[in-house]
Design a protein around this ligand. Sequence first.
Ligand code: 48F
Length: 263
Amino acid sequence: MKKSISFAPASENQVTSAIVAGFAKEFERYVESEVIIVGGGPSGLMAAKELASRDVKVLLIERNNYLGGGFWVGGFLMNKITVRSPAEDILDELGVPYEESESEGLFVADATHACSKLIAATCDSGAKILNMVTLEDVVLHDELVCGVVVNWTAVTTLPGPIACVDPISLESQLVIDATGHDAAVVKRLEMRKLVKTRCEGAMWVDAAENLVVERTSEFYPGLIVTGMAVSTVFGLPRMGPTFGAMLLSGKRACEIAFEKLKR
Ligand code: 48F
């Protein structure tokens, strides 16, 4: 005989109340963080996971409802991603299965498997994630980036005449631009002629990956760039659907941020 299931009793208002209270309590805690990461693609997730694992208070904001950026689909919608040695070590750390391709040191994994493991590891690390939130601007005090100005993505996509909703600010000691090709945080500084970016270069996989990791750095006081934002900012070649440099650049961004916080 089938056993019937009986869920714990709850009214509609109790469900709503649980959501409001849970959100408000956490949101208030994160109006000030040690590090804010803008962009939840592979580089941003990696940086968030690594920082939170070192007990840094980290908030990641992502404009979409889903996390993972370009890591979900790989190349040409074929749902496979590649990494080149030594980045398979990160797939091992995350528990992502992969195979070596015919080219030695080039590994292929399932994009959905790799991406969901990275997202889960980031959540498990204790990083706070706010999705459906878009960066509108930076907080800038005496030539130091010390926070972000954000709004709900739903608000930013409303037609102009009905979108008069002021954004809010969230403060931090450091901000990491992990917004991919857009370099959206850096562009807020460029718009005011405080920095100058170069145009991303054409495809050259071999050179691109090493350069992105090498050039991951504090681009402006208080602002670190990681992932494809590094290519946009420094005019480095693009690399297509190979993700080792994104993961290692995220790790590098964490190390830079961690060193700065210690000082
Ligand atoms: O594009 P994305 O995956 O950046 P990434 O971490 O990795 C790049 C690779 O996916 C691939 C590549 C190399 O392998 O060429 O493209 O550098 O993730 C960037 C995330 O930032 C979010 C965006 O929705 C995406 O999830 N994002 C972009 N602009 C904003 C933003 C913004 N203004 N506010 C909040 N999130």
